[in-house]
Design a protein around this ligand. Structure first.
Ligand code: FIX
Ligand code: ZN
Length: 402
């Protein structure tokens, strides 16, 4: 059926709401991986985005804050950011969106009663996946963290929902230690210890990509280092993309711990060189700084082996997304992966995706209205085809996931 201006907006909104999502970068784990699975109201408040806001908005000292137990930290964040202050930031707003979605009123209730009510409503990860309409997601799995990696020794979790990725930051952050771990896990005869270990990890976890976060200083290691040439050759042989998360500077404020990372420099000319030097490798790329977004989008028009994904961390702010999403569509059509959640607490899937869809909808509507105005025949099938690409198809195709 050909759509008109009268029914376009309804159809579009229904299609966006009903289409399932493939979330291509999260920090989530299945519930059976007990020490790593995070869910519930207190975990939601103990999020490093909120911790950074607390530590900068108040006079609370970081080491004092971190010395508190889990519940005290959560209640302090609630008190300082939601009671003493007005929770307008994106991270605060996310918590409120989840409470609203769960029909939890906050008026006249204290932290503990909200927390109890919340935890009674969220019973399992399936619950959250239903609320958020996420059908499968990619975890961040560090093969050099043997405790975390033990996930792949157990079978009591759903591998169709939780897909693996190989996070290789340790090879940059502490090569010696990573190398020794790899050596202990592989046989002495192996020529290339790191690749041999990655192959072993591949067999255990069947990852859908490898990933590394980088800045200008360590980007050169990837371009010039022989170890990375071997890794790239191995990834090519496995048809696995390398996901490059560019422009982070770790520990800008060491005292803040996980909440202390910031923005570092990056030179996207190096990325272009990488795409040219390794034309048979596929690169997923996201940049942390707003400054790099235009150049990254142009590069994505030039290199078929480069695919932009998501709005990473400091980029994941409504004002920025609106502007950059439009720029990406203007230059790339729908040939990019518009979002990933980066969720660390499973419950965050609910707000990260509902917030994104709230931005996506009016932007797409405007493009489609413009097409109708120019007499381009739009049908429900076309809309569904596009939304499929944006919410799961582009990512799955690039990763070769069915
Ligand atoms: O490197 C990453 O994958 C980042 O997403 C995280 O390290 C970061 O802490 C985060 O949670 C951002 O959303
Ligand atoms: Zn991440």
């Amino acid at each position: 059926m050909i759509l008109s201006n009268d029914n376009l907006s309804n159809k579009l909104s229904n299609i966006i709401d009903s289409t399932t999502i493939f979330d291509m970068h999260t920090h989530l784990f299945p519930p059976s991986h007990k020490n790593f699975f995070l869910s519930g109201f207190k975990n939601l408040l103990n999020y490093h985005y909120l911790i950074a806001e607390l530590l900068t908005a108040t006079n609370i000292d970081a080491s004092t804050f971190y010395s508190y137990n889990f519940e005290k930290k959560a209640s302090l964040i609630w008190n300082e950011l939601f009671e003493k202050r007005t929770p307008v930031s994106e991270a605060c707003s996310g918590v409120l969106s989840i409470l609203k979605e769960l029909n939890i009123e906050i008026n006249n209730k204290n932290f503990l009663s909200i927390s109890d009510e919340y935890d009674n409503k969220i019973q399992s990860d399936k619950n959250i996946l239903n609320y958020s309409n996420v059908s499968s997601l990619v975890m961040t799995n560090n093969p050099f963290d043997l405790d975390e990696w033990s996930l792949f020794k157990s079978t009591d979790w759903d591998k169709k929902i939780y897909l693996a990725s190989l996070r290789l930051d340790d090879l940059i952050l502490d090569y010696e230690e990573a190398y020794n771990k790899a050596k202990n896990q592989t046989s002495k005869q192996e020529q290339d210890t790191i690749v041999a270990y990655l192959e072993k990890c591949y067999q255990q976890s069947r990852p859908v990509y490898a990933a590394v976060s980088l800045n200008l200083a360590n980007f050169k290691t990837i371009v010039d280092g022989s170890m990375w040439r071997n890794i790239l050759a191995w990834l090519e042989s496995k048809k696995l993309p390398l996901s490059l998360m560019l422009g982070v500077k770790r520990s800008v404020n060491k005292d803040f711990g996980l909440a202390g990372d910031g923005i570092g420099d990056i030179n996207l000319k190096e990325l272009s060189k990488l795409c040219n030097s390794f034309p048979k490798n596929k690169f997923l790329v996201t940049c942390l700084s707003l400054n790099d977004q235009h150049e990254l989008t142009v590069l994505s028009r030039k290199h078929p082996n480069l695919r932009i994904f998501g709005f990473w961390w400091f980029m994941n702010q409504p004002t920025i997304i609106k502007q950059v999403l439009k720029m990406r569509i203007d230059m790339l059509g729908f040939s990019f992966i518009p979002q990933h959640s980066d969720a660390r607490v499973t419950d965050q899937l609910i707000y990260k995706w509902s917030h994104f869809k709230k931005i996506l909808y009016p932007i797409l509507l405007e493009y489609y209205q413009n097409l109708l105005y120019k007499n381009f025949p739009l049908s429900e099938e076309i809309l569904q085809r596009d939304i499929n690409k944006l919410l799961f198809g582009n990512a799955k195709n690039f990763l070769g996931v069915s």
